[in-house]
Design a protein around this ligand. Structure first.
Ligand code: SAM
Length: 242
């Protein structure tokens, strides 16, 4: 997968894309190509304004600045030409549909994502409409200063689902919201020591009985979901279970 990010602050991405799972995902080996490549583009590089301006005051008045059409349009057109794979265009915005695991799974199957991070008061609506089809995507009902953190959240959620990115030990199977957990929360986890501050690990986990362990985990996942996210149980076949 190729991931392009168009932003005014590319430097914000270096630590995140250069660490841990996201870093490993972009490193190939002799035996296999890298599952993903990241390409950061500074929108400012595409402005035709001689002072490097990319924003201006909002028509109609009000506080803040609005990102102008021209630099974004030219940046998208230039970046899309860099690779033949069709890109799904995504604008990070609190006014978009809310990101959830089913959409993350769908995006993880795409060959190319082109993510635009807004800033200031937002982006001139005309360029968003002109870029249609474009997915307006929110990471939650709160407002951040820019689309850079939302873009990184999206990239992390997507990349870890690309086959070959996570090793067996950190597999994304049976996680919260995954189909194999029935889109419920994950079960609780335990590790050594067997007893900590007088609290024992649930005995079934030490039994070696894999069927019993899986049954216990499924039951616990339903219990945790009922306690912390009862809304998720509405469409679940085990609705009404303890
Ligand atoms: N005026 C906008 C509003 O009230 O909806 C908020 C603009 S926000 C300060 C600046 C930029 O941050 C947005 O253009 C968007 O790219 C990004 N952003 C902020 N919150 C976000 C969220 N919850 N999800 C995705 N992007 C967000």
């Amino acid at each position: 997968m190729r991931i392009d990010v168009l932003t005014l602050f590319p430097e914000m991405f270096h630590g995140v894309l250069g660490s841990s799972t996201l870093k490993r995902a972009s490193q190939g080996s002799e035996r296999r190509p890298a599952p993903v490549s990241y390409h950061l583009t500074n929108i400012r590089d595409y402005t035709t304004d001689k002072h490097g301006k990319v924003d201006d005051r909002p028509f109609g008045g009000g506080p803040g600045m609005v990102m102008q059409c021209q630099p974004i349009w030219d940046a998208v057109m230039a970046v899309e030409r860099l690779d033949q794979r069709p890109a799904i265009r995504i604008l990070m915005t609190p006014q978009g549909c809310k990101l959830g695991q089913p959409l993350v799974e769908e995006l993880a199957t795409r060959p190319r994502l082109l993510i635009i991070a807004g800033h200031y008061e937002g982006v001139d609506e005309r360029v968003i409409e002109k870029l249609d089809p474009i997915l307006r995507l929110s990471i939650g009902d709160y407002v951040l200063s820019g689309g850079e953190l939302p873009a990184m959240v999206l990239i992390d959620a997507v990349v870890r689902l690309i086959p070959g990115v996570l090793g067996h030990e950190e597999s994304c199977q049976h996680e919260s919201f995954s189909p194999t957990r029935g889109r419920l929360l994950d079960c609780p986890h335990y590790t050594r020591p067997r007893t900590w501050q007088g609290v024992d690990v649930p005995p079934v986990l030490l039994s070696g009985d894999h069927a019993a362990i899986e049954a216990w985990r499924s039951e616990q996942a339903v219990r945790l979901t009922a306690r912390f996210r009862p809304d998720l149980l509405r469409d679940h076949p085990t609705q009404g279970a303890p």
